[in-house]
Design a binder for this molecule. Structure first.
Ligand SMILES: C[S@@+](CC[C@H](N)C(=O)[O-])C[C@H]1O[C@@H](n2cnc3c(N)ncnc32)[C@H](O)[C@@H]1O
Length: 294
């Protein structure tokens, strides 16, 4: 039977997520701060807070994704995977980090099989949250990939993938979708991506980004800040988590800044423009960034 390999500490108590924000930060200790949505929190707390968010939303995550994006996240994920053409040059070894319930992993395997009759491409789904992975495992049970060497699930932190398990220079494709903005240190995630990819391997990130058109941006802001937390309340009984998810999107660096961060760890990207280092989807509501390890 397929299981989840574990590599993270599990001392987290999900019931305290939002209450701990003020009580645990002592001004005397002067900790390094980072953003958790629009709030500033000590860096060493963010991981636990984010884990609490996804513990809370895991069982309703897919339903909420469909409701809040009106199903559009499915089109973006399809486009993301199609742009990478997995299987085109023969079977590849992939890692999908912050892979949650396995949406990208399933699409990669389907794409390779349907387009190139490839049943040997493999994907390791990695996430810090065991409950999201459990949902993923449950969904994979209904697919032909379950209990095959093509897919496996691993609980680990994107910022410090355990070296013995996730070796240097070992993957052809590293994907991360709607995950990197939740990580405390984006540069650490990027450095790990660079480390585990083979020379010539591809880093690909799908993430919410900046909308340049001011009318679209206003409409999008109104929709996200009023409708999404409301849907969170109605469908998942959890306004705070969905408020965080919306706020975290606004804190994520704009396209040129993120492209530079990708280059800073050593990846080669296209030029700083839509169609170069990144590809905007829906005017930048979401965006695909890629880089190649040289
Ligand atoms: C919005 S979900 C995206 C899931 C999936 N990739 C998708 O597109 O549907 C974000 C995921 O990032 C995971 N995550 C957050 N911080 C992480 C970290 N430091 N390491 C690994 N996964 C992390 C969460 O547990 C959650 O499953």
């Amino acid at each position: 039977m397929q299981t989840i390999s574990r590599n993270v500490r599990s001392s987290w108590n999900p019931r305290c997520v939002f209450r701990t924000l003020s009580s645990q930060s002592s001004p005397e200790s002067n900790p390094k701060m980072t953003s958790f949505g629009f709030k500033d929190v000590p860096e060493d707390q963010k991981e636990h807070l984010v884990k609490g968010v996804f513990d809370s939303v895991a069982s309703k995550y897919d339903l909420m994704n469909d409701a809040s994006s009106l199903g559009v996240h499915r089109l973006w994920k399809d486009e993301f995977v199609a742009s990478l053409r997995p299987g085109k040059k023969g079977p590849i070894k992939c890692i999908d980090v912050a892979g949650g319930t396995g949406d990208i992993a399933r699409r990669i395997l389907d794409y390779a099989r349907e387009n190139f009759s490839d049943r040997e491409t493999t994907i390791e789904v990695v996430d810090i949250n065991g409950q999201m992975l459990q949902e993923g495992l449950r969904r994979f049970k209904k697919t032909m990939y379950y209990n095959t060497p093509q897919v496996s699930f691993h609980e680990a932190n994107a910022q410090e993938l355990p070296v013995p398990q996730f070796k240097d220079n070992s993957y052809d494709l590293y994907t991360i979708a709607f995950g990197i903005r939740n990580c405390t240190s984006i540069p650490s995630v990027l450095r790990e991506a660079y480390r585990v990819l083979k020379p010539g391997g591809t880093f690909a990130c799908l993430e919410f980004s900046r909308v340049n058109n001011s009318l679209l941006s206003t409409l999008y802001d109104q929709y996200s800040f009023s409708i999404i937390p409301l849907l969170g309340t109605i469908l998942a009984g959890d306004r705070d988590s969905y408020q965080y998810l919306v706020e975290s999107i606004r804190k994520f660096p704009p396209q040129p800044e993120f492209a530079q961060m990708i280059r800073d760890v050593g990846f080669e990207t296209g030029v700083d423009a839509d169609g170069g280092a990144w590809t905007n989807l829906w005017g930048g509501v979401a965006c695909i960034h890629t880089g190649v390890k040289i």
